[in-house]
Design a protein around this ligand. Sequence first.
Ligand code: FAD
Length: 497
Amino acid sequence: MGKPTGFMDYDRENAAAVAPKERIKNFNEFHTPLSKEKQQIQGARCMNCGVPFCQAGMNICGMTSGCPLHNLVPEWNDLVYTGNWEQAYNRLAKTNNFPEFTSRVCPALCEAACTCGHWEDPVTCRANENGIIENAYEQGYAKANPPKVRTGKKVAIIGSGPSGLAAADQLNKRGHQVTVYERDDRVGGLLMYGIPNMKLEKWVIDRKIAIMKEEGIVFETGVNVGKDIKAAKLVKEYDRVILACGAKNPRDIKVPGRDAKGIYFAVDFLKATTKSLLDSDLKDNKYISAKGKKVVIIGGGDTGNDCVGTSIRHGCASVTQLEMMPMPPKERAEDNPWPEWPKVLKTDYGQEEAIAVFGHDPRIYQTTVKEFTKDKNGNLNGLVTVKLEPKKDEKTGRTIMEEVAGSEKKMEADLVLIAAGFLGTEQYVADAFGVNLNARTNVATEEGAYATNVKNVFAAGDMHRGQSLVVWAIREGREVAREVDESLMGYSYLSVQ
Ligand code: FAD
């Protein structure tokens, strides 16, 4: 530990954010990182404490506490403080294939578990990570490092989201020849066409993919496996196949009026905006515009928040976000102590922007939709909402949300975005490969393993775990790579952690 009293000497300092009313004028990232010197000071706040939950990545009460990649957080915090940026990069690269993504989009499970955060502000682990990786690019340490020896084994990876990319990176480093198939026109999965540009500018993905290509990974975009190419052909031509196709099936809201024109799934809305932005700076008009519309988003989570931020950038007339669950407390409840993930009210960037533009938080809690209403041409013109209240289910003991009789209300809307979660694997891919699904419609494997019921076919990421986080997708990508490597070579020295 570089500075024994750092946690008392220095306050947490975050990267500055452009003011909400200014940043909504474009789709750019809006944080200005601290200077290198200031970031070093932030590194000094880490105490390399005896209880570093930050790197533990363990399950406590059904939620992850600390980093699932077991990033060596105290080690690189210290190296940042002492100005050993290259060594810090080497320690970070040991456990994380894509710090440039996680340092922008991860909810920072490490910070939620930081000992400093027990009483006061946690260490700025995510910003330190960002400083390390961006400095590594600037200084040229983050560069192509192709394997010196090839094994002669071929692996096909279906899906170029973070799990497929992490598996590809690991297996290529090991010397296997990797081809990644992607049905979209650009590589990155939800990093590219889910997470909006203002959270993750897309050149950041392209920069890393260029390095991966230089290292020998082949990317085949615009290829829908199971439709454009037969699954059996890939299984025959490659030694191993990894399915990393995500969990795209959206949960629908099946209420009367669902066929009204003007109701879309969140990811379709977000994807169209990003594609149009990248293709034509939004000039081709090939996106679902929220301009001048009264937007209602069903789902109070992170995807819903991304829809709020995107709708505001389009110039919507109003935006409302409906959430079924009660508003979380502002501070940890007694039954949710540190280092558990804090179940507290979070006001994310989109909600901050809504407050700045419209003067109020867009979220309405304990509310759902009973009906969509439409005009005589079938266009959506509103919805009927109903209040919900928590009740204990006598049989299961679980809390369920029950409708409050007579609490129906009308609400105007001409654009509805459904951000109500995902229901797992798309059936056609599972059918094409003949892999079994479990009760949650994720690809079934043994607990903690990645081999499917089909010989030489493996599954990872959201398709295996269910809708999750980028950091978990990377972890699954690393783990499946190790299992595939072992199955090919009889042993593996690929590290998972
Ligand atoms: P995906 O990223 O879904 O990638 C799967 C890829 O497979 C896709 O590119 C798809 O086109 C391709 N594919 C599917 N079928 C085929 C086929 N048959 N042939 C060829 N290609 C195919 N997590 C965070 O940590 N932070 C965030 O800020 C965050 N924001 C999010 C915002 C939104 C809107 C959404 C929906 C999710 C967000 N997540 C976030 C979750 C995170 O993006 C996912 O958990 C993660 O991307 C899953 O990675 P994956 O590789 O398993 O799948």
